[in-house]
Design a protein around this ligand. Sequence first.
Ligand code: 13P
Length: 252
Amino acid sequence: MIRPMIAANWKMHKTIPEGVEFAKQLKKEFSEPGDVDIVIAPPFTALFPVAEVLRDSSIHLAAQNMHWEEKGAYTGEISPTMLVDAGCEFVIIGHSERRTLFGETDAMLNRKIHAALKSGLKPIFCIGETLKERESGTTFEVIKKQIKEGLNNITSDDIRQLTFAYEPVWAIGTGKTATPPEAQEVHRFIRETIAADLGYAHASETVIMYGGSVNPENTGSLMDQPDINGALVGGAALDIDSFEGIIKILER
Ligand code: 13P
């Protein structure tokens, strides 16, 4: 049985006081380790203050991005070591907004995954097709390429540290969710692709979250699918009541 994960990606939202207040409320409600791994990914500025709130709790902290180098002349970038220093355990890598708005390629993401693992950070690796790719029937081809190139030279031991998030780009922030069977079909394909490379033993334990317009109303039917092991939530994770509502559905 895979332990489900629910992660809040706040994107470029929340000031430090807003993030701290959210974390305090979440910690009050979920102070003891439950049946679900809860992760929150604040913007960089709020990471350390939120880490201070989450100390001694079972709620995990993630960053939304990082650079692959340890240090150097990379103005505006954040290194894996800095994220560990700020209290992060996880880091989101390859979110579609990074790929499409900031030009991140599969090769760059591969470097980031290696760098994260080297620093002891657990990557949450995002993959997903655009609407154009889905409509042209290339979804599986795109997903396979993202996995193969993103995970180039990743060992089967490394894969244990990785969580996947399938986020169809056309479902992000649009209110348009993949139907549970549509999402399940791709999640199954992702698991089979990992299994083909790294063995079924590893693939059967890998957490594959779904992301894209997840809300308290559609969470239950998505999570009923055998290969969907959690949710990476954007808009509905900005409001404490709605995020807690989603966690409670997963805990059932
Ligand atoms: P929404 O839940 O707002 O569609 O965002 C999903 C997402 O991109 C999470 O990383």
